[in-house]
Design a protein around this ligand. Sequence first.
Ligand SMILES: Nc1nc2c(ncn2[C@@H]2O[C@H](COP(=O)(O)OP(=O)(O)OP(=O)(O)O)[C@@H](O)[C@H]2O)c(=O)[nH]1
Length: 231
Amino acid sequence: MREEDIETAIKVVIVGNGAVGKSSMIQRFCKGIFTKEYKKTIGVDFLERQITVNGEDVRLMLWDTAGQEEFDAITKAYYRGAQACVLTFSTVDRNSFDAIEKWKKKVEAECGYVPSVLVQNKMDLVEQSVVNKEEAEALAKRLKLRLYRTSVKENLHVDEVFRYLSDKYMLLMNSCVDDGQMQRIGGPNVFTTGNGIDNRNGNEKHQTIQLHPNKRRTQGKKSVIGKCSLL
Ligand SMILES: Nc1nc2c(ncn2[C@@H]2O[C@H](COP(=O)(O)OP(=O)(O)OP(=O)(O)O)[C@@H](O)[C@H]2O)c(=O)[nH]1
């Protein structure tokens, strides 16, 4: 396999309370469509899209998890191996905002640290907002997350969410590869090594992340993410 054929694949989990727009966000990003009808997700769903980030192909595998607590036991299992996370709440649902920390902890319990982003969806309904701007910003600051305000309906800032996450993930990966350190990201079943090969279960046939350091991306500078460690 030529180096330029090697692809980066990122498993992303989208979490948050029911009806905040998780399925809609994934449909919008992967299929370019929006549907008004609400069909609650039963368990989990999955879609993928390939994008180019800084000249590199990245395959995003987006896992849509049910927001309703009744499905907790099922969805939790699918967090395993996630390498990035979107924490979503709705502008018009106070409970969904208050639940963000709980969702973050749930993902961390299964995956450890993964690059994450906070999304306030349904910004087209900002007139009926039950979460003010300062509160949302304060939460993002406290959790050390970038905040994106989206409207999946109006297709506002949805692409940016996934581009930011991909970029963040790749920066983290490159900083580890550049440092020649071994890194474990996203839970016990995904291992990456400084040589750029996914070592999960020692079985190269089941590669999920394959890395190829691109020094040009950082112009030889150290990554802003800093030193990598076993997570
Ligand atoms: N006005 C508005 N409605 C939205 C937006 N995004 C999603 N919706 C609507 O919100 C409802 C719930 O959206 P879903 O995407 O099914 O929500 P979910 O978070 O996947 O819900 P669960 O599957 O129960 O976890 C649907 O009726 C969508 O059409 C948005 O940006 N603006």
